[in-house]
Design a protein around this ligand. Sequence first.
Ligand code: TYM
Length: 341
Amino acid sequence: MTEITAPAKKKIIFSGIQPSGILTLGNYIGALRNWVKLQDDPEYDCIYCVVDLHALTVRQNPAELRRRCVETLALFIACGLDPEKNIMYCQSHVSGHSELGWLLGCFTYMGELQRMTQFKDKSAKHADNINAGLFTYPVLMAADILLYGTDLVPIGADQKQHLEIARDIALRFNNIYGDVFTVPEAYMGKAGARIMSITDPTRKMSKSDEPNSYIAILDKPEDIRRKLKRAVTDSDGIIRYDRENKPGVSNLLDILAAITGEDTDALVARFEGKGYGVLKDEVAEAVIAELAPVQERYYKILADKPFLEKVMQQNAERAGKMAFKMMSKVHKKLGLAPYKL
Ligand code: TYM
């Protein structure tokens, strides 16, 4: 007689992007492209979230924020994420994120949050609005991740510190209440976990900086060519991979390596004796070719509002059901009174 075994429980992948600006090549290479690759792994169920609550830590124009949430979701799909295979939704549509955020805040220390480099950077940048949300941001991010029993979190290198605090909070909670949360691991691609600004390659490429410093996923080919032609390099004229001493050239090599799948050493050998102009042109053409199909799909999807609305609603319901299960478990563990006695 053959033994019937229950199907193995799939592992969970969770990640998010803030709808706080135009998404960049950094977001694409560091996060979105890896999300698309992971959706085909039968071992995982993937949840991808437009983290609109996180965006509120910086003042937003309400109409713009509303529009950007829908646009970000459309971009997820345009990048190749299948709404049937993955759960994709807006964070504010699932109340469990904020609720768990509060509860986990009671298990997070001020000192831990004070050490976060993103808090230090953002409070320097927005000195007129250093709000408590900016400070407790990593707690909400931990809630996002822990709410679904997440195993793996595909992120760029800048989010690593936030993931570590999520792990610490999970372990601390589990030590007191038993095995409640899965302790998540970071997933970073081999190349491109940290794409730098093209006007100041010592800084991360960021959607909140000035437009010439980043390539937007939706930039037109002529803008991509223009921006990359002006990309800051150095004056020694040799194409070599050296992040510390040649950050501009190394960043261009990283971008090309991430897109073509070639190794940076192989690229350096291929470009031997050639000038920076040749490298910049090749990076521009590779980026344009990579983004062209995404852009084409994006405008079609964005025009189909009923479809996007359906994706947003149905997926929020699916995520909401999963979140409710975890919240019930956490309430019980913490000793919060049940609604029905
Ligand atoms: P956000 O919106 O700044 O960025 C979204 C994703 O893009 C990656 N990324 C980059 N990767 C490589 N090079 C770059 N220049 C670059 N810029 C951005 C980020 O690492 C990130 O993976 N706090 C998060 C959003 C968030 C989240 C979460 C992520 C909220 N809750 C839970 C994962 C899990 C953020 O601000 O990402």
